[in-house]
Design a binder for this molecule. Structure first.
Ligand SMILES: [Zn+2]
Length: 362
């Protein structure tokens, strides 16, 4: 559509052809490129033939299911349950309301992220937590985008068993295999053999010919997490330049279940692994300097950067050596037990330093 628009606008004068586009943000992008932005419109006409591209609309039933899930999340959020208890209830009572019915197509990205944001608000997760980091750690069992894909995987595997699908169905719009193939291609996986979808690491490759449903879903979740990591690196967060060199092998070896288990009993560590823990120096950038102290809580250096406060300050209560992996140093993923204890203690100290001794995690 974008290319067609470009050709049409370039030949506008001599072909007497009028082109219009409706798929935002393409018209805006096109308008920025052409000398006469007013000529870019929302539908198009070529040699007397008119056409229009519209944004996909949810059906009433789909909207109803999504609304029911969001209302339940709001209700459960009012109960102010602890983190883990809330998450279990959200999965069984809210996400389950909007998880079924995605066979001919998957939910839109917009709707999936809206539900994910509702979970954050209802769970009272700190606003500085990053949505992609949260998705990597907790989305496998709670993000509609991931769950709709792994659900399709289960359905297609079952259809294969009883001979209700053939590989050619991936070309037939509206079949579960077509939806699943689209889901994989939208998340960085490509298919090079029947029922095999490859990603950047062999651990993320899904092969329904030789894997159990459980193994296939695990591999799909890992591939989805790696895709979310790419999205995080593109998000422009201040940590991204420090951690962008993480290789796929190291990522594949992170034990996300262990991280969640450790984070379940340590709110400060949970804040750290989801990106919600900022250094005093970062608070200087985020807020009025008079609101939060920006110095190092150990030695009083005026601007306490993360690496100084956690790993280099001579006055810190431990002299634990910094980890070689920047993601472990910054986000605490893959940290040893000693490192987890220190990162938790340091995070609590930074929090108390910034918000006072009365401030507590929960
Ligand atoms: Zn210091």
């Amino acid at each position: 559509m974008f290319n067609l628009g470009m050709i049409g606008v370039k030949r506008l004068d001599f072909l007497k052809t009028r082109l219009r586009l409706s798929s935002l943000p393409l018209p805006a992008r096109l308008a920025a490129l052409v000398p006469a932005p007013a000529t870019v419109q929302a539908d198009f006409e070529v040699l007397g033939c008119c056409a229009q591209v519209t944004r996909r609309q949810n059906s009433k039933t789909e909207d109803k299911r999504l609304l029911a899930a969001r209302r339940t999340l709001l209700l459960i959020g009012n109960l102010r349950w602890p983190f883990e208890r809330f998450f279990k209830a959200a999965h069984s009572h809210a996400i389950s309301k909007c998880l079924y019915g995605w066979l001919a197509r998957t939910p839109t990205q917009k709707d999936s992220w809206k539900i994910w944001a509702d979970i954050r608000r209802a769970q009272r997760v700190h606003q500085w937590a990053n949505r992609f980091l949260r998705a990597i750690l907790y989305g496998g069992n709670g993000h509609l985008d991931c769950l709709s894909g792994t659900n399709l995987l289960r359905i297609v595997a079952k259809m294969m068993l009883v001979g209700q699908t053939t590989w050619s169905d991936r070309r037939c719009a509206g079949t579960p295999l077509w939806s699943l193939d689209h889901w994989f291609s939208n998340h960085g996986n490509a298919s090079d053999a029947p029922y095999v979808w490859k990603s950047e690491h062999e651990k993320f490759t899904v092969n329904l010919n030789r894997m159990t449903v459980c193994e296939a879903r695990h591999a799909a979740r890992m591939g989805w997490r790696w895709y979310m990591w790419q999205r995080f690196l593109q998000s422009g967060r201040h940590e991204c330049p420090e951690v962008h060199e993480l290789c796929v092998d190291r990522f594949a070896n992170f034990d996300f279940t262990k991280i969640r288990t450790e984070a379940a009993t340590r709110p400060a560590y949970r804040a750290l692994v989801t990106g919600a823990m900022l250094s005093p120096a970062c608070l200087q950038n985020q807020n009025d300097q008079t609101l939060f102290p920006t110095d190092c809580p150990w030695c009083g250096t005026p601007v306490g950067h993360w690496w100084h406060v956690i790993w280099h300050c001579n006055m810190r209560p431990t002299q634990l050596a910094p980890p070689t992996c920047p993601v472990t140093a910054r986000l605490g993923w893959g940290a040893s037990q000693d490192q987890i204890q220190w990162l938790t203690l340091a995070s609590e100290a930074i929090w108390r330093h910034g918000h006072g001794a009365e401030a507590a995690f929960y």
